[in-house]
Design a binder for this molecule. Structure first.
Ligand code: NDP
Length: 378
């Protein structure tokens, strides 16, 4: 019998029906974008130019390549790390330990790819393999999420996430039941968040993904399929629809990206440093609000500007990543549009959770920092 926990968290994403719809809609959207980017009209809205048959989706070579990539990243993850960080305190008051070796993995991966290319590895064939690669990534996400769902059946109650344990199998499969599923020291969520799709994000241990959300289809599909195949949409678009870009415009775009990165990095690092050690000299001088839980909330610095300054920085970068595609098509702006919707929704989820956690102190924070993401606008 599945373990149960105390009072159930309110359902999110439209409950079981919403979760069932997203299970179909997310992969369908990803394939639509992949097909649209390579088609002549490159239309974001409207039906795809053609529907690929199974022979265009299934390729044993793509499966081998995908497994080799996952295997390589898993092996690099297991290499001894120079630094091991502690996560946030869990329900049972323990803390998990995480190897910090993403940069090492990135450098070694780049070296191996470089060596492979000099030995004749045909990397130029990759764009042609995107569809079958996306297909095996999607299959992997479904199978892996099933494994995670089953694994959670035998997990102790203290290991379950606040959401994702409604008792409805579709909803729980989607949202994720166990907070930090692991086998020995191998942390599946941390690995998937940081390795196959995005390498090098190191202030992640205090983010919602790690501290709040269970590990199920939502994050597994996001990490191993959605992020690599849709976040690279602009590059896919440019490959098939090259656009002119002069030096002045390129410089402006680089500047926009630098501003976004400065805000994104500054805000995430500030909160991460503060959560790890509030007496750290880099954050000790910042103004805070005390909460009944004993934790404090930053109310000056980046977190005094808006309630989610890190989202603002991320959105500015999203704009910079779409601008090189020009303004002739809407498709390359999908990332910006989708990401705005995602972060507005995510911000509302986080607000609810923080209000539940911190009560009056959160209300006081909202009073002192009235804007959510964009100063004077939202
Ligand atoms: P955050 O890193 O913003 O974490 C939210 C948590 O921070 C809250 O639950 C609360 O947790 C803590 N917090 C909130 N306000 C304060 C404050 N004033 N002082 C101290 N702590 C505070 O959440 P996310 O995980 O959503 O985002 C992390 C990064 O990931 C962002 O930069 C976001 O843009 C990016 N992101 C990117 C995605 C993508 O697809 N590219 C998807 C999602 C996120 P507690 O108090 O318990 O510590």
């Amino acid at each position: 019998m599945a373990p149960t926990q105390g009072p159930r968290a309110p359902l999110e994403f439209g409950g079981p029906l919403g979760a069932a719809a997203l299970l179909l809609l997310l992969p369908a959207t990803m394939f639509h974008l992949l097909l649209a980017a390579r088609s002549g009209p490159a239309r974001l809205l409207g039906p795809p130019a053609y529907l690929p048959g199974l022979e265009a989706l299934w390729s044993p070579r793509a499966l081998l390549l995908w497994l080799a990539w996952l295997g390589l990243q898993a092996a690099l993850y297991l290499l001894p790390a120079r630094k091991v960080a502690e996560g946030q305190e869990l329900k049972d008051e323990s803390r998990l330990r995480y190897p910090i070796n993403g940069f090492q993995a990135l450098v070694l991966t780049a070296l191996l790819v470089g060596l492979g290319m000099s030995a004749g590895l045909p990397l130029g064939a990759l764009p042609e393999m995107l569809l079958p690669l996306a297909f095996v990534a999607t299959l992997t996400a479904f199978i892996f999420s099933l494994f995670l769902y089953m694994k959670a059946q035998v997990a102790p109650v203290s290991a379950l996430a606040p959401g994702g344990n409604s008792g409805n199998p579709i909803y729980d499969f989607f949202l994720g039941r166990e907070l930090n599923p692991r086998i020995c020291f191998f942390d599946f969520k941390y690995f998937c968040e940081l390795r196959p799709g995005l390498i090098g994000w190191e202030a992640i241990l205090t983010t919602m993904d790690i501290t709040h959300d269970g590990f199920g289809f939502m994050l597994a599909f996001g990490d191993i399929a959605w992020v690599p195949f849709t976040y690279s949409l602009q590059a896919q678009f440019l490959l098939h629809h090259p656009q002119p870009l002069g030096l002045p415009m390129a410089s402006v775009i680089c500047l926009i990206n630098a501003i976004g990165y400065y805000i994104f990095r500054g805000a995430n690092s500030q909160k991460n440093t503060f959560r790890k050690n509030p007496s750290d000299p880099r954050v000790a001088g910042l103004e805070t609000i005390s909460t009944a839980t004993g934790r404090k909330l930053l109310v000056s610095g980046w977190w005094g500007m808006v309630r989610h300054p890190n989202y603002l920085g991320d959105l500015i970068m999203a704009l910079a990543w779409s601008l090189p595609c020009g303004v002739s098509h809407l498709l390359p702006y999908f990332y910006l549009l989708y990401f705005t919707a995602l972060l507005v929704h995510r911000e509302a989820r986080d607000e609810r959770q923080c209000l539940q956690k911190y009560g009056l102190a959160w209300q006081e924070y909202c009073r002192r920092v009235p804007y959510r993401i964009m100063p004077y606008i939202y």
